[in-house]
Design a protein around this ligand. Structure first.
Ligand code: 5GP
Length: 179
């Protein structure tokens, strides 16, 4: 299917499933290499990043632990700019090497919020691994350490990314037509 309807919008196929799988595997191999002597703690940002997390974890050969956090900033296809913490960090992160997992980094607001949440908890270091990154929308200076796919600033769905809660289940990534 090259055109899909999600809610009241139409989307066209943008990145095929195989390309996404290969990009995620490459990211996992990089993490395997760089965390060979550590046991990182992955912070999975719900709901969207759970799909990316599973795909990434299947290729990891290192020991790791994981925990989920939940924030929300989006309604429809535009950010509200206000973040709400729905599930915070429950884990003891002191001296742990943290890798935040995101489905997408857009403006970087969510990333900044999580970095600030972690600031007083004394992790050893904090890195970001994201399935998709929109460099033209990014407004922060925090480094994005692992990017599976760099994309233009168009609204996308699929692979865990939703439009008003729908469309997460598509294995390909689709971009909105006539935003
Ligand atoms: P940021 O805080 O970096 O601006 O945005 C991060 C969050 O915004 C993501 O976790 C995601 O929920 C949402 N978001 C940003 N761009 C898109 C997009 O193109 N598609 C979808 N479905 N969500 C997006």
């Amino acid at each position: 299917m090259d055109i899909i309807t999600v809610g009241d919008k139409q989307f066209e196929k943008f990145i095929d499933s195989q390309t996404i799988d290969m990009a995620i595997e490459t990211t996992a191999l990089q993490i395997n290499e760089e965390y060979r002597d550590d046991v990182p703690l992955f912070l999975v940002t719900l709901n969207g990043a759970m799909f990316f997390a599973v795909d990434l974890f299947r290729h990891l050969t290192i020991d790791f632990t994981m925990s989920c956090i939940k924030l929300s900033s989006y309604e429809g296809t535009g950010s509200t700019g206000i973040l709400q913490e729905q599930l915070g960090i429950k884990e003891n992160v002191k001296n742990r090497r943290i890798i935040i997992l995101e489905d997408i980094v857009d403006t970087g607001l969510t990333y900044e919020y999580i970095v600030k949440m972690l600031e007083n908890m004394q992790p050893r270091d904090v890195r970001m691994a994201t399935m998709t990154f929109k460099p033209d929308s990014y407004k922060k200076n925090y480094p994005i350490h692992y990017v599976a796919l760099t994309i233009p600033s168009r609204f996308i769905v699929g692979r865990g990314l939703d439009y008003n809660g729908l469309g997460r289940n598509y294995n390909d990534i689709y971009q909105v037509i006539n935003e």
